[in-house]
Design a protein around this ligand. Structure first.
Ligand code: AMP
Length: 213
């Protein structure tokens, strides 16, 4: 499980680890953005929350996550990114799966605001770019699927600061929950991505005797 403030790089790390170990990357934020883009019933229900950067009610999130984790897609394991965001969500998760390890990525607010200000996202395949250090080959176009890239509405600096504060208030009890269980691993994510990834790989190798491939 990958948790941490918005813009800390969870999604980027999760995508890389997911490909290396061939296990699915389940991001509740990505799922909601996709559903909103497709205009589905779920999309319409979550849109007002996601666009304002506030939490979607637990009942909705829990239902979505339960459905996915119980599908054959997750038989060999999974990476959950951006879930849980409340203790209730953590407790509901414990009812259906066994969580092996929780990575908590930390970075100061100013680092997060800077990272997020240049972030571009592919609304189709979920690829993440940054205009400063990971620009797409053709400006504004996804390298992988050729779709026009977008900026997340909730990446506007004022909203990022608000989401960060919300994260601090709501995630502290969740962090304590996993610390008490003894499965929390804290990772300094204010460093370059390859260093963060290498830490994650070392920890996974220790816990699961697992190597990429
Ligand atoms: P993220 O991409 O993880 O930053 O999520 C984007 C937005 O989706 C959040 O600001 C929330 O509105 C919503 N969201 C994603 N995951 C959750 C969750 N576990 N609980 C409640 N809301 C969520």
């Amino acid at each position: 499980m990958f948790i941490g403030p918005p813009g800390v790089g969870k999604g980027t790390y999760a995508k890389i680890i997911s490909q290396k170990y061939n296990i699915p990357h389940i991001s509740t934020g990505d799922i909601f953005r996709e559903e909103i883009a497709k205009g589905t019933e779920l999309g319409l229900r979550v849109k007002p929350y996601v666009e304002r950067g506030i939490l979607v009610p637990d009942e909705i999130v829990v239902e979505v996550v339960k459905r996915i984790l119980q599908s054959p897609l997750c038989n060999r394991g999974f990476i959950l990114d951006g879930y849980p965001r409340t203790v209730r969500q953590a407790e509901e998760l414990d009812r259906i799966v066994n969580v092996d390890v929780v990575f908590l990525f930390e970075a100061p607010l100013e680092v997060v605001v800077e990272r997020v200000s240049g972030r571009l996202l592919c609304p189709k395949c979920g690829a993440i770019y940054n205009v400063s250090w990971k620009p797409p080959r053709r400006p504004g176009i996804c390298d992988i699927c050729g779709t026009q890239l977008i900026r997340r509405r909730d990446d506007e600096p004022k909203l990022v600061r608000e989401r960060y504060q919300l994260y601090r208030q709501t995630l502290t009890p969740v962090i304590d929950y996993y610390r008490r269980k003894g499965i929390l691993v804290e990772v300094n994510a204010a460093r370059e991505a390859h260093l963060v990834i290498s830490d994650i790989e070392h920890i996974l190798a220790k816990i699961f005797k697992l190597n990429p491939g």
